[in-house]
Design a binder for this molecule. Structure first.
Ligand SMILES: Nc1ncnc2c1ncn2[C@@H]1O[C@H](COP(=O)(O)OP(=O)(O)OP(=O)(O)O)[C@@H](O)[C@H]1O
Ligand SMILES: [Mg+2]
Length: 584
């Protein structure tokens, strides 16, 4: 056995704190105690004994605990009371935002109104799902459409799952370990159940331990999940009322660092991968431990950072007598010999032990040590495959959400750019009081005309050609009015008008793809734009031929032709068309 190289620091035990026996210090055989607090435990699958350690801590802490079984190969938590999965369905916008945030990987400030719209009056996620489908079909802008698409995809997975399982709406716990079996559920639904349970515990219970298994899936680094978004609240508020989170993960790298920082107890088992070994060394202090020691930690052996103390410890499994544990810690007995007491311990209980999982299930009573070792090897192989599959699945999930997020971001950028352009355009148009109509303007012009006639140059008027002057004023007022309406067009519509002006006539479909790219279906918005252009007499759109014509010249000729010559009309047309151009 490797020599004991860890120095222990000040014991730092405060009075009144609950101290739980964790196991025995390697080398000395001294008892190692830990205080009850948020705890993280890591180590390679099947080679470290994380679940066994958690079982041991909880059984000696004499606390109520809730554990979730999330994968089939899980060998622990078998001989405990199984409770039905608890899930309190919520369909309010805050909750749905959290779900969406988990899928889209970012906080959703802009999206709130759309989520509120989708959750108006909803009681179940099924209702939200139905709303979202409807809203997505109606959405004409791409950003809300993206939000609804992401939400729809997520609910499509989750809603049928929720309906498939029978959930308990009450959480009846006994002292000791309560196990919820979630192995048949998808990762998404597991997350909802864990989150819901967490929320219930936080709001209704105290002195309860919650174990998040496979934390690299449920509290992952760099990605949001409903569990992760809620874990922060649970951790922050939990300790004061004796609710603690136990985080179980194969490594440190995969888990989000926020909850880790809140953990007082770190129980770190065997690691092989170089970076992970370094991470463990970093936690403990590089000069206090060498890499090889972490690589060669045997089953049941951990480096435990307990508050300020660091100890190398052999964890005493539940049911194994203390003296046996101490002998293992002192190198006088093998781990597997101690393990035999674990099986004995469960055999002593009144209820018959649950059948073993994995390979052991098919060989209930292996006879020789060789057979045992072979079975363990095979079990390990299976567990590794399980992990690989799970890893690939999360990677795939990650890629999928990344795609959705990137698209949403792009849309957001485009939208920001558009509003910036609009703002710029607005600042160049002279400010008009809100509610100021064309009629008001006419009145102003009339007043001004009156002033001119009365005061300005009355003598000049007697000398001018009155009818010529009238003509001039009528033309000016006419053109000015049309000009104001043209200037009031939205930017997008102005772009459309410019294209038609340039081409004189253009097919509706060509115009649409020119402006919006691609061959997408023409939207209602586009027809509204055409209507606006017709209203200000710039174009005429023929439904029969599907062609959009530039029509301003014709229109002016028709309206003003009897009063003005062609050159004047042409001039007016050019002036009005020039209003479409951005001010230089
Ligand atoms: N301290 C220990 N003493 C003796 N045997 C142990 C000890 N810890 C674990 N074992 C045995 O090692 C095996 C694996 O233990 P456990 O299920 O706790 O590992 P794990 O780290 O939780 O694995 P996984 O990551 O796959 O969940 C079990 O068969 C268990 O009985
Ligand atoms: Mg485990």
């Amino acid at each position: 056995m490797a020599p004991h190289t860890i120095k222990s620091f000040s014991a730092g035990e405060s009075m009144g704190e609950i101290k739980i026996l964790l196991g025995f210090e390697v080398g000395t055989g001294k008892e190692v105690h830990m205080s009850l607090h948020h705890t993280v435990i890591t180590g390679m699958t099947q080679l470290s004994g994380k679940t066994t350690t958690l079982e041991a801590i909880i059984s000696r802490a004499n606390r109520r605990a809730i554990a979730f079984k999330t994968k089939r190969g899980e060998s622990g938590f078998n001989s405990y009371r199984e409770i039905p999965p608890f899930f309190e369905e919520r369909a309010d916008w805050q909750y749905v935002s959290t779900l969406l945030e988990a899928v889209m990987r970012e906080s959703l400030k802009f999206e709130r109104p759309w989520i509120m719209k989708a959750t108006q009056g909803t009681k179940t996620l099924r209702e939200v799902y139905e709303n979202v489908q409807m809203l997505r079909a109606e959405a004409t802008k791409s950003l809300p459409e993206n939000v609804y698409t992401a939400l729809e995809q997520y609910l499509k997975i989750v809603v049928p799952q929720i309906e498939k399982f029978r959930f308990s709406k009450t959480l009846n716990l006994i002292d000791g370990i309560n196990v919820m079996d979630l192995t048949e559920m998808t990762l998404e639904l597991q997350a909802l159940v864990i989150q819901s349970t967490m929320e219930y515990v936080l709001n209704n219970l105290h002195e309860t331990i919650l174990i998040v298994p496979e934390a690299w899936e449920h509290i992952p680094q760099g990605r949001n999940t409903p569990v992760k978004l809620f874990a922060e609240t649970f951790i922050r508020k939990g300790a004061a009322i004796g609710n603690y989170l136990f985080i179980d993960s194969q490594d440190i790298a995969g888990i989000d660092k926020m909850p880790l920082r809140q953990c007082n107890n770190w129980i770190l088992g065997r690691q092989r991968e170089g970076h992970e070994v370094e991470r463990v060394r970093e936690q403990i202090g590089r000069n206090k431990i060498d890499a090889e020691e972490i690589r060669s930690l045997p089953l049941g052996h951990f480096l435990a950072i307990l508050g300020d103390d660091v100890k190398k410890v052999y964890v005493l499994p539940a049911g194994v007598p203390s003296k046996i544990g101490r002998r293992v810690a002192m190198g006088e007995m093998t781990v597997s010999d101690a393990g035999k007491y674990m099986n004995n311990a469960s055999a002593e209980e009144e209820t018959p032990p649950e059948p073993q999982t994995g390979i052991r299930r098919f060989l209930p009573a292996p006879t020789s040590d060789r057979a045992m070792r072979r079975i363990e090897e095979l079990d390990m192989k299976l567990a590794r495959r399980d992990n690989e599959i799970a890893l690939l699945r999360t990677e795939l999930d990650g890629l999928r959400t990344e795609l959705i997020t990137s698209t949403a971001k792009l849309e957001q950028l485009i939208r920001q750019q558009e509003t910036a352009e609009q703002r710029a355009a607005k600042s160049q148009v002279p400010a008009v009081r809100p509610g100021f109509t064309v009629d008001d303007l006419n009145q102003l012009i009339d007043q001004r005309m009156h002033q001119i006639i009365q005061y300005d140059k009355p003598t000049v008027f007697t000398q001018v050609d009155v009818s010529g002057r009238f003509k001039e004023v009528v033309k000016e007022r006419y053109i000015r009015e049309l000009g104001i309406r043209i200037r009031g067009l939205p930017l997008q519509t102005i772009h459309a008008a410019m294209v038609v002006h340039e081409r004189k006539a253009v097919k509706r479909g060509d115009l649409y793809s020119f402006l919006h790219g691609g061959n997408g279906r023409i939207t209602d918005d586009f027809y509204t734009e055409l209507q606006k252009l017709e209203d200000v007499r710039l174009v005429v759109y023929s439904k029969e031929t599907g062609v959009v014509h530039w029509a301003l010249g014709e229109y002016l000729k028709r309206e003003l032709g009897s009063m003005y010559d062609e050159a004047t009309i042409k001039q007016a047309e050019e002036y009005l068309a020039s209003l479409l151009l951005p001010p230089s």
